[in-house]
Design a protein around this ligand. Sequence first.
Ligand code: AMP
Ligand code: ZN
Length: 114
Amino acid sequence: MSDCIFCKIVAGDIPSQKIYEDDLVFAFKDINPAAPTHLLIIPKKHISSLNELADGDKELAGHILVIARKIAQDQGFAKSGYRVVNNCGKNGGQTVDHLHFHLLAERELGWPPG
Ligand code: AMP
Ligand code: ZN
């Protein structure tokens, strides 16, 4: 999608602080962190939201979670704990229409979220 900021980040047209990249996914630091570690893990291909995740995207969806776990281990906060969260649609608080999973860590997170 030509007007999607996260597609532009994947393409390198908008700068980001990349944490991880492979054929399927891209992970980078959130520009407005809500925790000492706040990363976004996104599919490289444009998927607008969880609502548009197709049956054929099961491998991609599972891969995103495996990468979240790997990043948590690599960055050393797997044991202390972390949160992986997706905001979907207006009531979910989604503001960028390219599927993304927040990875938040290194502070005690409250529940339920606001
Ligand atoms: P959401 O509200 O779940 O759609 O989350 C969108 C997230 O994207 C927010 O946490 C923003 O801070 C973050 N964000 C928006 N633009 C950028 C950008 N250019 N680089 C990094 N993070 C961004
Ligand atoms: Zn996109």
